[in-house]
Design a binder for this molecule. Structure first.
Ligand code: PLP
Length: 440
């Protein structure tokens, strides 16, 4: 309560903006911005820092839900976007930057053919459509607790609560996460636990010739962070292919943030399709879907219409080209790895000092504190987490100048190429404050 009061006291202008925004549904521009106690309205950002409309400065660990891997107003992005703005931002015809972006992604992910969109939702929607179009089948597998955007086939069992009708761990029941989605569509989705090949094998056997494919985040990032067990991703690919089904990696969050070629590169498992968005656009809305010749030829020959007025938008392509070719260099990843180690060591030191049962989980530039005593391998392990820890962490960090995503239970931090030791040390000091308060 004390931290909530301090939060509100720091934000009178944000509160006034919210009250003024009577024509914005819910007083914000996305439901994920409607935080408790109130949304924070941002004025500007530079480097690793952002400033709210009340003039408070923060080290930004929110990164706009995992987008700002370049940090804010990175000189290379500013130059690319400024140059493009002066020559026109939209023609609905391809511009040269799109070639450079597709070439770069093909090299990073080992998949030959790419198309662009505007959001992660569009990329995963195309992936689901493509898997169905390529196989002529309808059933899709998705993981319990996995978020892939807000289209009909994937808003199933994203964040079910323990008191929902969730069914047994091995055979989760489909729990609808939004209204407006017909069960006729979600009945075509089978939800499976993460890190469990046996269940996938059983489902494939039970639905012979029915499963088009599976969409999965290769490192789960909607439940803190859950890493795949050794062999899980390769096992999925083998099982699905054996049954004539396809594998799509949703690397919207993990894409460039965990390493230069995503989890795909780290694990050495190339799926049939990879979905990217968030960080690839350097802060401009961009998404990409890449795939094998076999699947993507459906787009090339018109068998699947991957269309959109803003696809490959020149501004987005200019920003993505600068992001991929100028910002995300090997040196940038060396710096991110330095920050990751410093953060992990610092937080673990606090946990050890206070003998807390928590753990630090990282994946490249992303990471979180798991406020659970045991390792988490799937969503059911995560379900027991008391959400009040994440919320308290968010408030404490915020009130001491570090901005985290408000959905403290499920979200991660993101560090950018412009973050410094000072930003990390501030975060660790704030975490130490939380630990002291909770153990006092
Ligand atoms: N896939 C994953 C893994 C995500 O985390 C998100 C968004 O958080 C999406 C897809 C949807 O992306 P967008 O919000 O750009 O539609």
């Amino acid at each position: 309560a004390e931290e909530t009061e301090a939060f509100v006291a720091r934000q009178p202008t944000s509160r006034a903006f919210r009250d003024r925004a009577t024509h914005l549904a819910g007083g914000a521009t996305s439901n994920w911005q409607i935080a408790d106690p109130q949304p924070v309205w941002i004025s500007h950002g530079r480097g690793s820092r952002i400033w709210d409309v009340d003039g408070c400065e923060y080290s930004d660990f929110h990164g706009g839900y995992g987008v700002a891997l370049a940090g804010h107003a990175h000189p290379a992005i500013v130059a690319a976007v400024t140059e493009r703005v002066g020559r026109g931002t939209h023609f609905a015809q391809p511009t040269e930057d799109a070639i450079a972006v597709a070439d770069n992604l093909a090299e990073r992910f080992g998949l030959p053919l790419w198309r662009f969109g505007n959001s992660g939702t569009e990329a995963t929607m195309d992936a689901v459509h493509l898997m169905r179009a390529a196989t002529g089948r309808s059933r899709i597998l998705k993981v319990e607790g996995g978020y892939h955007g807000h289209h009909d086939s994937v808003e199933v069992s994203v964040l079910p609560e323990a008191d929902d009708d969730i069914g047994p761990r091995e055979r989760p029941h489909n729990v609808l996460d939004n209204s407006g989605i017909p069960t006729e569509i979600t009945d075509l989705v089978t939800v499976v636990p993460f890190n469990d090949l046996e269940v996938v094998a059983q489902v494939l056997d039970e639905h012979p010739g029915e499963v088009a494919g599976m969409i999965v985040e290769p490192v789960m990032m909607n439940a803190g962070i859950i890493h795949p067990l050794p062999g899980y991703l390769a096992g999925l690919k083998e099982l699905l292919h054996r049954h004539g089904a396809l594998l799509a990696f949703d690397e919207v969050k993990t894409g460039m943030t965990v390493g230069p070629s995503g989890v795909t590169g780290i694990q050495g498992v190339t799926p049939d399709l990879v979905c990217l968005a968030k960080a690839i656009g350097g802060g401009v809305s961009t998404a990409a879907i890449g795939g094998t010749d076999e699947v993507m030829s459906l787009i090339a020959d018109g068998g699947y219409e991957q269309v959109g007025t803003f696809n490959g938008n020149p501004l987005a392509m200019a920003a993505a080209r600068a992001m991929l070719t100028e910002v995300l260099t090997p040196a940038a990843y060396t710096h991110l790895e330095h920050l990751r180690t410093r953060m992990e060591t610092g937080l673990q030191g606090v946990i050890d000092e206070h003998a807390l049962p928590w753990r630090v989980i990282t994946a490249g530039a992303k990471g979180c504190v798991s406020f659970l005593p045991d390792e988490v391998h799937d969503f059911r392990d995560f379900l027991t987490l008391d959400g009040r820890y994440g919320h308290a962490h968010w408030l404490v960090q915020h009130n001491r100048g570090a901005f985290l995503p408000p959905w403290g239970k499920v979200e991660q931090w993101l560090m950018s190429v412009q973050h410094t030791d000072e930003d990390v040390d501030r975060f660790v000091a704030n975490f130490a404050h939380l630990a002291e308060r909770l153990t006092r």
